[in-house]
Design a protein around this ligand. Structure first.
Ligand SMILES: O=C(O)CCC(=O)C(=O)O
Length: 247
């Protein structure tokens, strides 16, 4: 398949990555073949440990941050612009996705969710992806859609601060449907699944680019959480759920 790739130049990745949050320049055509079969874990959770390629992760992360950043106050946006200007023109060579994030203090992270489950986060329901502004993004979205068990979906972005975490909970399936697909981007975190009764918890590491789907048993009876890390970076998850049926 023909590829049209504009690469970020080595040596200026972190500065460029932050800049491309407002001025995206990555282009790429992706294969949209059949997805490889997932691993199956406890409770029937399906897991693709390396579903998205690094370029796809970067594109999805930049588009997600772009949406979240634009929803914040003018003050925060000005603060981020000033930070960008203050960066040295030459920064260390690195391909890390962490360079796409501003430091924690530059975002309006909330301390606690209304139900006390999520800490150190910002989030939004996504009405639409900025596909026009991020060339190649449509193909990434299409690849994710091929994994979705049904196509009537809603999308949610959840950005955790380096200190952020999610306490054990079961989603309200009346408002969030029968399945949830989670794409992890950025810092690797651990998803903990607590079965009902006395059975021991199971932990699953979620590297950047991995995708899981919870449905059935694991969705209705297990609690899930994202464990707090003593040290680490920010993580953004793209959460796709089926829209609940309105009767
Ligand atoms: O970020 C994740 O992968 C988990 C999110 C979560 O627990 C939820 O949306 O209920």
């Amino acid at each position: 398949m023909a590829r049209n790739i504009t690469r970020l130049t080595a040596g200026s990745v972190s500065r460029k990555c932050l800049r491309t949050t407002t001025l995206p320049r990555i282009r790429r055509a992706y294969s949209s073949g059949r997805p490889s079969p997932p691993e199956e874990h406890v409770g029937g959770i399906k897991f693709w440990p390396a579903y998205l390629q690094p370029e796809e992760q970067r594109l999805l992360l930049q588009a997600s941050l772009h949406k979240l950043d634009n929803a914040e106050s003018i003050r925060s946006r000005k603060k981020r612009r000033a930070y960008l200007k203050s960066l040295p023109s030459k920064v260390a060579e690195s391909d890390s996705l962490q360079n796409c994030f501003f430091p924690d203090d530059y975002y309006e992270f909330q301390e606690g969710h209304y139900d006390g489950v999520i800490h150190g986060y910002r989030e939004m329901h996504l009405a639409s992806w900025p596909e026009e502004q991020f060339e190649g993004l449509s193909n990434v979205i299409k690849r994710l859609r091929t994994l979705c068990p049904s196509q009537n979906i809603q999308t949610h972005l959840l950005h955790l601060a380096a200190r952020g975490y999610i306490l054990p909970h079961i989603d309200n399936v009346n408002s969030s449907g029968n399945w949830i697909l989670g794409v992890s981007l950025g810092n690797e975190r651990v998803l903990q699944l607590d079965p009902p009764g006395d059975a021991s918890s199971v932990q699953l590491s979620l590297p950047s680019g991995s995708v899981y789907i919870q449905s059935g048993d694991v969705r209705y009876t297990y609690k899930h959480s994202i464990i707090q890390k003593a040290e680490g970076g920010q993580r953004l998850s793209v959460l796709i759920r089926d829209s609940p049926t309105v009767l």
